[in-house]
Ligand binder design. Structure first.
Ligand code: LRH
Ligand code: MN
Length: 430
């Protein structure tokens, strides 16, 4: 197996921290055992928790105003695979890469699969792109794609999604994520129902091409690039489309695609109840689709979302099996560090949600004891589970302190030598 970072270096780093970790771990174990919780079971759940990282998140992101590339930017999907392998080797919980086409398109997908296999990396959901025009493209997506008024543009967008499924099949992926920017900027510009009918018509063709075992995940978004209406604007339009298309079509929740203060955890509960929760794009935001690091602004909201997910596991909700993925844009940090950090923060929300005393919570809920119900959640959230996350990494040959190990490795500087600055786009998210 290729090693993105020498395992000897990680072992040396862990050596320095292991003694204190075991002390903290034992102390937490003793504390949790007093409430009937088994720290070993929790650590095993942390060890088997899996996230996918976005290939497009491995490079420095930007905004419409500017993008300030960092040192050793990955110039192609092969270098993005290397960087994603570093994130997994140190965090131990990101074994999957989610590609975006045509940004990650290659001549030979078996060569790409072999390269990722050599690092022990797999492939999560594939993402289509009908929100940009490619050089030489016959029909522009300026006025939409799957919902475009022109049949030729819709057919072109459908064909692209079918190609994404084929490339994903060659990589071993089992899901297609469809986010379209289709919408309008002016009242009256678009007939809402006809646009949605055209979208559904196109999506039915994509749905009928799904291989066995595959799912199609529809991603809703409130605005941007359209600033008056968006065809799949909210979870309502999303679940209607998913119900219309069939069992293999589910809704994907990108946390940043909701207006500030929207109760996302309740949306998650609805999608779970109707077996339509396909997965997540985790990130954080303060204003719009800021794509900031997960849990960096609203860790309690992220915990409340996982409280719904763990409750579904606890109730053995059928049709429950969402895909977890990060979708972030790293404009001012080293993308590898932000993705390592964010993966651990999402994993942290999951483990904290496992600490919730569900029997007690259910009783307080049934007896309308609002304060104790809220305190039951806060009691779990307020426990520092860092020793469990670090022990899970240690037991998976990851790093007790992944950021420190990454910086000690000098990986970024080496990448800077190997990858001469490619300039890349001067603005935009990639
Ligand atoms: C849209 C989105 C979508 C991706 C894109 C890179 O805002 O969240 O998931 O296709 O970002
Ligand atoms: Mn997204």
């Amino acid at each position: 197996m290729e090693e993105a970072i020498p395992s000897t270096l990680i072992a040396e780093q862990n050596e320095k921290l292991a003694r204190d970790l075991h002390k903290d771990y034992d102390a937490l174990g003793e504390k949790l055992s007093r409430t009937g919780l088994d720290i070993e079971q929790l650590t095993e759940r942390a060890r088997t928790f899996e996230l996918a990282v976005p290939s497009w998140g491995a490079g420095t992101g930007g905004t419409r105003f500017a993008r300030f590339p960092g040192v050793g930017e990955p110039r192609n999907i092969f270098e993005k695979v290397e960087d994603c392998a570093v994130i997994h080797q140190l965090s131990s919980c990101t074994p999957l890469i989610s590609p975006h086409f045509p940004w990650d398109q290659v001549e030979d997908f078996s060569e790409l699969k072999q390269y990722a296999d050599s690092f022990g990396m797999g492939w999560g959901s594939v993402n289509s792109n009908t929100f940009q025009d490619q050089p030489g493209q016959a029909h522009s997506y300026k006025y939409g794609s799957l919902s475009h008024t022109a049949a030729a543009a819709r057919e072109q967008a459908v064909a692209h999604n079918l190609m994404c499924i084929e490339w994903g099949r060659q990589l071993g992926s089992q899901a297609l994520t469809v986010w379209v920017g289709d919408g309008s900027n002016h009242p009256g510009q678009q007939h809402f129902q006809r646009a949605f009918e055209r979208y559904l018509d196109s999506a039915r063709t994509i749905y009928s091409a799904l291989p066995d075992g595959w799912e199609m995940h529809i991603e809703h978004k409130m605005f941007e690039p359209a600033f008056y209406s968006t065809v799949i604007q909210d979870w309502g339009s999303n679940i209607l489309a998913a119900m219309e298309l069939g069992d293999k079509c589910k809704s994907l929740v990108d946390l940043g695609h909701h207006a500030p203060n929207v109760n996302i955890e309740m949306i998650v509960s609805r999608l779970i109840q109707f077996k339509k929760l396909g997965g997540f794009h985790f990130n954080d935001s303060k204003y719009g689709d800021d794509d900031l690091d997960s849990g960096s602004l609203h860790p309690y909201q992220q915990f409340l979302i996982f409280n719904e997910l763990v409750d579904a596991e606890y109730r053995q909700q059928d049709g429950f099996g969402p895909a977890y993925m990060l979708d972030q844009s790293h404009n001012v940090t080293d993308p590898i560090e932000s993705l390592i950090n964010s993966a651990a923060e999402v994993q942290r929300s999951y483990i904290k949600a496992l600490l919730v005393d569900r029997e007690a919570l259910n009783n307080y809920q049934e007896n309308n004891d609002a304060l104790m119900a809220s305190n039951t959640l806060k009691a779990a959230f307020n426990i520092d589970v860092s020793p469990i996350l670090a022990m899970a990494r240690l037991r998976s040959d990851g790093a007790i302190d992944p950021i420190a190990a990454y910086r000690a490795s000098g990986y970024r500087a080496q990448a800077g030598k190997k990858r001469p600055a490619s300039g890349g786009s001067s603005s935009g998210i990639v």
